[in-house]
Design a protein around this ligand. Structure first.
Ligand code: ZN
Length: 384
């Protein structure tokens, strides 16, 4: 989401339950946003005056969701593949090729319009920061243009030229990704990512790609251990990646490595839901002390949802996270996975990114799944 700052002050008053992630939720609270930042938090009875006032009417207010994993620059959809999968065909990841062909054939304007539509859809559901990956171009020109378009919509852009090996020799493709493609992508990207899994990139190739990205000034993150157990999570910790994403198939050494490093485990339950696969073991990670984030993995193949509330509900129902843990992971956890400390919470000084719910408590996000509970969203202190 592009940078824009509120130039005036706005008071959110009469908040029934305010979650700031600075201690337990406050009741009967108010929050003042000034120049795009949280300027004051306190009791509604002590609320200062402001240029504008929003009466929350006793509803809950939460930090805006931080969706740290999304693939939004693509053309076409794969609804037929989804229907076939629900009829019994397994997910392999090979359907990515279908989206690559459609994306290469699309105009810049088509890609921009589709990505922008998805960002708007996410915002309406309370997402105020969204990471956007390339990865459906897989050529120098198509990856660079995907990232240029992503950079129009967010500051959290990720080069994922290593999404899949297109036809041809894998070693030649790795050389392209770490050479000419990286050089073309780097000016538009903050992060580098690789799909380290069965049918995608090996551990050795993944390490080479992330290392090349680091040398070009990009910070690493990784798709790891989604389809089967592999070396991805351990490579992430070794390279001090901000996040290892998916983490579905982990052994004890992976969990220990995550617990001892500062790589966040980002869980993407929309992918397991949409591919009818076993969910990651969130409790095992939490009990080991691993920092857990939740994100949508929004993409046209394996998780075509932009809804953080839906993923939060899945995390509670299917992965046995408590509603409080799931809310933290979908906000502050996502911020950690993007190495950000200005978002994902509402302490004084934070970016004034928040959602006013149509509910008295954040518990309703999991308790009332599928119901649109986001009433108002503030982004940089500006109501959307
Ligand atoms: Zn992904």
């Amino acid at each position: 989401m592009t940078d824009k700052s509120g130039t005036s002050s706005i008071l959110i008053d009469n908040i029934g339950e305010l979650t700031t992630h600075d201690g337990p939720p406050r009741t009967n609270a108010a929050l003042l946003a000034e120049d795009g930042r949280v300027a004051w938090v306190g009791s509604a009875s002590d609320a200062p005056s402001a240029d504008e006032r929003i009466d929350a009417g006793g509803a809950a207010v939460i930090p805006g969701f931080v969706d740290s994993h999304a693939h939004l620059v693509f053309a076409g959809d794969r609804a037929a593949e989804f229907a076939a999968r629900m009829a019994g065909r397994p997910y392999t990841g090979g359907g990515i090729r279908t989206t690559v062909a459609a994306t290469r054939a699309a105009t810049d304007d088509d890609l921009r319009a589709n990505a922008s539509r998805l960002v708007t859809e996410a915002r309406r559901q309370g997402t105020t920061t969204i990471e956007i990956k390339s990865g459906y171009g897989l050529s120098v020109a198509d990856e660079a243009r995907s990232l240029r378009i992503a950079a129009e919509l967010t500051e959290e852009t990720t080069f994922l030229g290593a999404h899949l090996v297109p036809d041809g020799d894998p070693d030649d493709y790795v050389a392209l990704v770490t050479g000419e493609m990286l050089a073309a992508a780097a000016p538009h990207a903050r992060w580098i990512d690789v799909f380290c899994d069965r049918g995608a990139f090996t551990g050795e190739q993944s390490r080479a790609i992330l290392t090349a990205g680091l040398a070009a000034g990009l910070l690493p993150r990784i798709h790891a251990n989604q389809l089967q157990h592999g070396p991805g999570v351990r490579i992430a910790v070794e390279l001090k990646a901000a996040s290892a994403d998916h983490c579905t198939h982990l052994d004890a050494a992976d969990v220990d490595a995550l617990a001892s490093g500062d790589t966040v485990a980002t869980l993407l339950p929309g992918a397991e839901f949409s591919t009818r696969s076993p969910y990651p073991d969130a409790r095992r990670l939490l009990e080991a002390g691993v920092t857990v984030a939740l994100a949508t993995d929004c993409n046209p193949g394996s998780s075509y949802t932009s809804s953080m509330p839906f993923c939060l509900a899945l995390a509670v129902r299917e992965m046995r996270m408590t509603p409080a843990e799931a809310l933290w992971s979908a906000t502050a956890g996502g911020a950690r996975a993007l190495r950000r400390d200005d978002i994902g919470h509402l302490r004084v000084g934070a970016r004034a990114d928040l959602a006013v719910l149509d509910a008295p408590s954040y518990l309703h996000l999991a308790y009332r799944p599928g119901v649109p509970l986001i009433r108002t969203v503030l982004h940089h202190g500006v109501p959307l």
